[in-house]
Design a protein around this ligand. Structure first.
Ligand code: ZN
Length: 121
């Protein structure tokens, strides 16, 4: 499967979300990468790790994702499917809620970033 070099991101010049082409990582600062707006052609320096996450988000496949239930525990980077929202997402990080339960921060394709309970007893 070929990874798309294009992603939807916010362009400060267009002042709206546009299609951006990933131009590659900077050798001096590996965490940063240049993105070029396909609309105004201005270059924007972006966080490469976020870009990779966004790219892998495009490739998420509901059939391969784990269906979310609160009783399960998930790994960072794991693809999950939320049947109620009919949406796939990727686990970005794990947190502990104020009530002491475990939760995961998930970036969903349609719903955006959500916090979900995991390891519910
Ligand atoms: Zn632009």
């Amino acid at each position: 499967m070929s990874r798309s070099k294009f992603s939807q991101r916010f362009c400060g010049y267009c002042n709206k979300t546009t299609r951006m082409e990933l131009m590659g990582e900077m050798t001096t600062t590996p965490d940063k990468a240049w993105c070029r707006c396909t609309r105004c052609h201005h270059m924007t320096l972006i966080n490469a790790r976020e870009a990779l996450q966004a790219e892998s988000g495009i490739a998420l496949d509901a059939a391969k994702a784990t269906t979310y239930t609160p009783e399960l525990t998930f790994k960072i980077g794991e693809a999950i499917f939320h049947s109620e929202w009919n949406d796939v997402g990727k686990v970005l990080s794990k947190v502990r809620t104020s009530s002491g339960s475990q939760a995961i921060i998930v970036s969903f394709e349609k719903e955006g970033q959500k916090t979900l309970i995991e390891n519910l007893r």
